[in-house]
Each structure stands twice: as structure tokens, then as C-alpha cells.
Design a binder for this molecule. Structure first.
Ligand code: ZN
Length: 330
């Protein structure tokens, strides 16, 4: 296969797949790029966004999982396997987030470099799974400091494949880390406005352990760490009891998890004379639409913090940290 056709194939695949493609200037005019960009395939959109923020124009980033896709349940289709095997580098979250991709990633690592963002995070800062013994909680991106900690080592990893771009990659990582520091401060600030006795975050599954630990909220998930197990009636009853006795006024829906269990909580509480509202829809394991602010990691976290703060009696600007949130309170 000649180089041009490889370039075209990779660029088209990246565009069709996610739109998180850097170095696309040459595509718009249907011109051949001067050189073949490094083709990085990410699993989740947040991993793809991290890579895209560090990578420059020499890297095309293609994420497999779009909005509303649940990484715990995601099984790569044949077309995804083609994208993965055609990559120069595969980046995934790790800590069993992509539980049903494990075999595919393992096989892939024999032919393509495969790295996990979680491997760049100090193990001393990881949380244990509340559901599975001897497992870690994989939802590390909800503590902005942990996600930021992966930026620099990821830049170093990319630099081993693109040694000529090492300086630019390191600079991009430093700039992005600065943006994430600001994000962390915003999140901590708005969540601190929630009255102490209302700092309880009830969501569809246990995605917010790191978020709760980092920002001082008690978190309660209906399903466990993974959505790959059904919540029992007993679990629903336990949480209804908690909502009633602690007078919790709002629970939250997640974009990548069915609303069914959250609806059962609201009905259960109503049957006991306690009104619970849906505080909003959170981006737990998937980001918003590509091209939207919520389709970026910063927008995802800004949305969550802003919606949670306002729904639980705190105060956050309706438009969020940057005044860019699409639908405040949703
Ligand atoms: Zn999850």
C-alpha cells in the first residue's frame, strides 16, 4: 500500500469516527498532507481529548466511544478492531474501565504500542473499588488533579514516537495542565458553596468516587463501580430510605446509563411522601457531542460541577466556568 492511500484512509477514518482530529487543515482542501500524521486511537472520548490537547498537528486522534456510550459495556465491533490495528498508538483509560475490551487490548499490544492513562497516575492516589475486592475504581478523570497528572507523562510517551516534536508536546502539556488547574479551582470553589448537610450526590452508578473525595461530597451510586451488574430492589430501597431520612432533594441522571433506576428512586421516595427532583444529567463516563463545549473534558467537568452545585443548593454561574455551558441546570 502506498503512503498516500494510508494517509487518506487514516484521515477519513478519524473524521468519520469522532471529529477529534487534529492536523486536519490539509483535509478540508482535499490536499495531501505534507507528512503522515501519527495515528492515535483512544478508547473513551475523554482519553481522546487528553491526547488531542497535548498532541500537535503531527497527530490525528480518533476515539472509539462517542456520546452516551458506556465504556463498561463497550465491545469493539469489527470496524473498531480495524481502527485499532491500524493505529500507531492506542491509548485507553485502564483500571478495567474498558472491561469488555481487555482481550482485544491484550492481543493488540503484541503489534501496536498500547498505553493506559491510569498508568501515569501515582498508585497512592488511586481509590479502591467499592464493588469489587482487589480492584481499583477506574473513574480517575473526575478528580481533575489526577487527570492533569497524566498530561506530562503522556506527552513524554508521544515524544518517543515523535522525537522532533518533543519540545512542542511538553509545552502543550504544560499549557493544558494550567487550564486544568483553573478547572480544578473552579470545581472546588462552586462545590464548596453547597450547604454542608446537602453534600450528597446520588447517581445511577458509582462513577463519582474520585469526584466526591476530591471535592468533599458523599457519593451514592445505585449500581456499583461498573454498570455491568444489575442493581437489586434492595439497593433501591436502601437509597430511598437514605433520600427520605436525610431529606435529599435531588438525584442525578447520567448520559451513559439508563434512567430507569433513578426513576425508581423518585417513585419510591414519593410513595413515602418525600419529593425528589432530577438535579440534572451528568456526564459520568461519556462526554457530550463532539464539537460542543460539553464534548470536551473541560466542558464535561464544568457542566457536572455547575449542575451539581446549583441543584444541591450551592451557587454557580449558570453558564459555568467559561460562560459556555449550553443548557444550564440540565
Ligand atoms: Zn462508570
Amino acid at each position: 500500500m502506498n503512503t498516500c492511500s494510508i494517509v487518506r484512509r487514516r484521515l477519513l477514518a478519524g473524521l468519520a469516527a469522532f471529529g477529534l482530529l487534529t492536523g486536519v487543515g490539509a483535509v478540508a482542501g482535499a490536499q495531501e498532507p505534507l507528512q503522515e500524521p501519527l495515528n492515535v486511537v483512544a478508547t473513551t472520548a475523554q482519553v481522546g481529548d487528553l491526547v488531542a490537547n497535548i498532541a500537535g498537528d503531527d497527530v490525528a486522534v480518533d476515539a472509539l466511544m462517542g456520546p452516551g456510550v458506556d465504556p463498561h459495556l463497550f465491545q469493539p465491533a469489527r470496524s473498531d478492531i480495524v481502527r485499532l490495528t491500524g493505529a500507531d498508538l492506542v491509548v485507553y483509560n485502564g483500571l478495567d474501565l474498558e472491561g469488555r475490551m481487555e482481550d482485544a487490548l491484550e492481543r493488540l499490544s503484541a503489534q501496536v504500542p498500547v498505553i493506559a492513562v491510569a498508568d501515569f497516575i501515582d498508585p497512592g492516589r488511586l481509590m479502591r473499588s467499592v464493588t469489587y475486592a482487589d480492584a481499583w475504581d477506574p473513574h480517575v478523570w473526575h478528580d481533575v488533579r489526577l487527570w492533569a497528572a497524566a498530561a506530562e507523562p503522556l506527552a513524554g510517551e508521544l515524544a518517543t514516537l515523535l522525537p522532533d516534536s518533543a519540545t512542542a508536546l511538553a509545552e502543550n502539556a504544560a499549557v493544558y495542565s494550567g487550564e486544568l488547574r483553573e478547572l480544578h479551582e473552579y470545581v472546588a470553589g462552586v462545590l464548596a458553596t453547597i450547604p454542608e448537610d446537602r453534600r450528597v450526590l446520588v447517581t445511577a452508578h458509582d462513577a463519582f468516587g474520585y469526584f466526591g473525595q476530591a471535592y468533599g461530597l458523599e457519593v451514592v451510586g445505585i449500581q456499583g463501580i461498573s454498570t455491568d451488574s444489575e442493581a437489586g430492589l434492595r439497593r433501591i430501597e436502601e437509597i430511598v430510605d437514605l433520600l427520605v431520612t436525610r431529606e435529599i432533594a435531588a438525584v442525578f441522571v447520567e448520559t451513559s446509563v439508563s434512567e430507569r433506576n433513578v426513576a425508581a428512586l423518585i417513585e419510591g421516595a414519593a410513595a413515602r411522601g418525600h419529593t425528589v427532583a432530577v438535579g440534572g444529567t451528568l456526564y459520568s463516563d461519556a462526554m457530550g457531542q463532539p464539537g460542543s463545549y460539553e464534548g470536551t473534558y473541560i466542558g464535561m467537568i464544568d457542566h457536572n460541577a455547575t449542575v451539581i452545585a446549583n441543584a444541591l443548593g450551592g451557587q454557580a454561574p449558570a453558564g459555568g466556568m467559561n460562560g459556555r455551558l449550553a443548557v444550564a441546570g440540565q
